[in-house]
Design a protein around this ligand. Structure first.
Ligand SMILES: *[C@@H]1O[C@H](CO)[C@@H](O)[C@H](O)[C@H]1NC(C)=O
Ligand SMILES: *[C@@H]1O[C@H](CO)[C@@H](O)[C@H](O)[C@H]1NC(C)=O
Ligand SMILES: *[C@@H]1O[C@H](CO)[C@@H](O)[C@H](O)[C@H]1NC(C)=O
Ligand SMILES: *[C@@H]1O[C@H](CO)[C@@H](O)[C@H](O)[C@H]1NC(C)=O
Ligand SMILES: *[C@@H]1O[C@H](CO)[C@@H](O)[C@H](O)[C@H]1NC(C)=O
Ligand SMILES: *[C@@H]1O[C@H](CO)[C@@H](O)[C@H](O)[C@H]1NC(C)=O
Ligand SMILES: *[C@@H]1O[C@H](CO)[C@@H](O)[C@H](O)[C@H]1NC(C)=O
Ligand SMILES: *[C@@H]1O[C@H](CO)[C@@H](O)[C@H](O)[C@H]1NC(C)=O
Length: 416
């Protein structure tokens, strides 16, 4: 019963071309199917575009590989992940590696929120204290959030894949069932995605994102294994969400003054450009140096998110790879991998092979996460008046997130 509902709904959200491959009798695509290929020997579902290929796995609906050629024609795998799908469930230390955090991405203050006068407590999983041994807040949907669970493949073609999840009523303390569809597709040097989530039984908060760890040098730069020399530009990012020392929003929206550490809007600059400025210390929470920051996207309405300018651009002079991120979301989080500590292994497709200069692991600041999202923890900041983007009810509008990551080679990328 559920299966056919999912398949039918997936057909609606994915569109006619890929809907044709939705199997009528099963929600998962078996590898033995004659018409539709399944995962490879490592459990990865590969899709292809022009000049780009990527692999995805059911665990967290995660991207595990993204292949693109650098300015010398060498193929680079520019996202972090594991070599095989089964390892994601084994290595529990992985920090939301390429998955979809849900049902509510980022942090929920005190693990509580109120809807229609009813107070809800969700399962905490971060910043444990003596008073709150499980944690003072909830990060990315709780200890068993969506990116720790296996999604179901409901559609799969040569260029796109759709995953679904049914998140039961009460799971991690959230009210009501949520059904979601995540569609990834590749085009001409582009990676697009669309996330749709529906509250089917009760009013509930929903906020999703894509939590991909990037290194546009394919973790193979032979001069530095850090990503701090990547150049970052966020032309609409003049303001950010103010946070306390455990990264919980205070309710204030603050200015990224020109020349300050959080100014990525007045001009592009290297991610590590401001690391000599004393203000970078504590910028990502207590005793934390770097970025884990939610910037607002201040655009003039109305706009066409597909055409009217990218929300963020990241580029590396070393590989020449540039990505322009277009999105309908009104915030953008940059995390500079402040908590990587060299325990996460590179994939076989990454790193230096004949040069032992760097270990085959991801060091602190060796990557970055770029999350398209809405204003974080808005469910606890009613004065922001963003209920329509965060609270969803049966029969009401669905939650929708869309993004387009457009890659190019830009060998004139500024090094400073
Ligand atoms: C899949 O797409 C790629 C890139 O567009 C193409 O080279 C390949 O032939 C396609 N494979 C199939 C089975 O259609
Ligand atoms: C799966 O990948 C992990 C990490 O990338 C590796 O340690 C492990 O040996 C692999 N297992 C198999 C069966 O290939
Ligand atoms: C997810 O699926 C993989 C591959 O079938 C399996 O090894 C793993 O145990 C599953 N993990 C969870 C959390 O269900
Ligand atoms: C924090 O959560 C607890 C329940 O765990 C609740 O008693 C308390 O009122 C909440 N505090 C705030 C400020 O919402
Ligand atoms: C470093 O990488 C660049 C770009 O791929 C290459 O041109 C250069 O020869 C490499 N240098 C060494 C010492 O391997
Ligand atoms: C602050 O961070 C530094 C560097 O990571 C560490 O050595 C130090 O112990 C930390 N201090 C506190 C009070 O946590
Ligand atoms: C290439 O990068 C430079 C430096 O950031 C930028 O000014 C230029 O617009 C980029 N070119 C393209 C075509 O994106
Ligand atoms: C990184 O950028 C800085 C500042 O522009 C420059 O001094 C340094 O040589 C660069 N390092 C590498 C490895 O490209």
């Amino acid at each position: 019963m559920r299966v056919s509902i999912l398949a039918a709904a997936a057909a609606v959200f994915v569109g006619a071309s890929s809907a044709a491959s939705v199997p009528s009798s099963s929600a998962s695509v078996p590898s033995s199917s004659a018409s539709v290929p399944g995962p490879d020997a490592n459990g990865k579902y590969w899709i292809h575009g022009e000049g780009i290929s990527a692999a995805f796995i059911p665990y967290g609906a995660s991207i595990s590989d993204l292949l693109i050629k650098d300015q010398y024609g060498i193929t680079r795998d520019i996202v972090a992940g594991f070599d095989n799908a089964s390892y994601y469930s084994i290595d529990k230390q992985h920090p939301h590696f390429g998955g979809v955090p849900g049902r509510y991405a980022n942090r929920i203050k005190n693990s509580t929120f109120e809807i229609d006068g009813v107070s809800y407590k969700v399962t905490p999983n971060e910043n444990p204290t003596a008073q709150a041994p499980l944690g003072a807040d909830t990060l990315h949907g709780g200890p068993d959030g969506w990116d720790w669970r296996n999604f179901t493949v409901v559609a799969y073609t040569n260029s796109s894949i759709t995953f679904s999840i049914v998140d039961p009523d009460g799971k991690e303390g959230f009210p009501g069932e949520v059904v979601a569809f995540i569609t990834y597709s590749l085009g001409k040097m582009t990676w697009d995605f669309k996330m749709v989530a529906i509250a089917t039984t009760k009013t509930t908060p929903i906020m999703l994102s894509s939590h991909t760890y990037w290194n546009l040098d394919g973790f193979s730069n032979n001069q530095t294994n850090l990503a701090l020399n990547h150049s970052f530009y966020m032309p609409y990012g003049g303001q950010r969400v103010d946070v306390d020392n455990i990264l919980i929003p205070t309710g204030d929206i603050i200015a990224n003054k020109p020349g300050s550490v959080n100014d990525f809007w007045s001009a592009p600059k290297q991610v590590g450009h401001s690391f000599n400025d004393p203000e970078i210390h504590g910028n990502c929470g207590f005793n934390c140096t770097g970025y884990d920051t939610c910037y607002l996207v201040n655009r003039d309405f109305p706009y066409d998110w597909r055409k009217d300018g990218y929300v963020a651009r990241m580029q590396s002079a070393w590989s020449g790879i540039q990505v322009d991120i277009y999105s309908d979301q009104e915030a953008f989080q940059l995390y500079s991998c402040n908590f990587q500590d060299g325990t996460m292994a590179l994939k076989k497709s990454q790193g230096l092979f004949d040069n032992p200069k760097f270990p085959r692991t991801i060091p602190k600041y060796g990557c970055f996460v770029m999350e398209v999202e809405d204003w974080i923890d808005a469910i606890n900041q009613p004065q922001w008046q963003r209920e329509k983007k965060h609270i969803f009810s049966p029969g009401g509008d669905p939650y929708v997130l869309q993004a387009s990551y457009r890659f190019s080679i830009n060998s004139t990328a500024t090094p400073a």
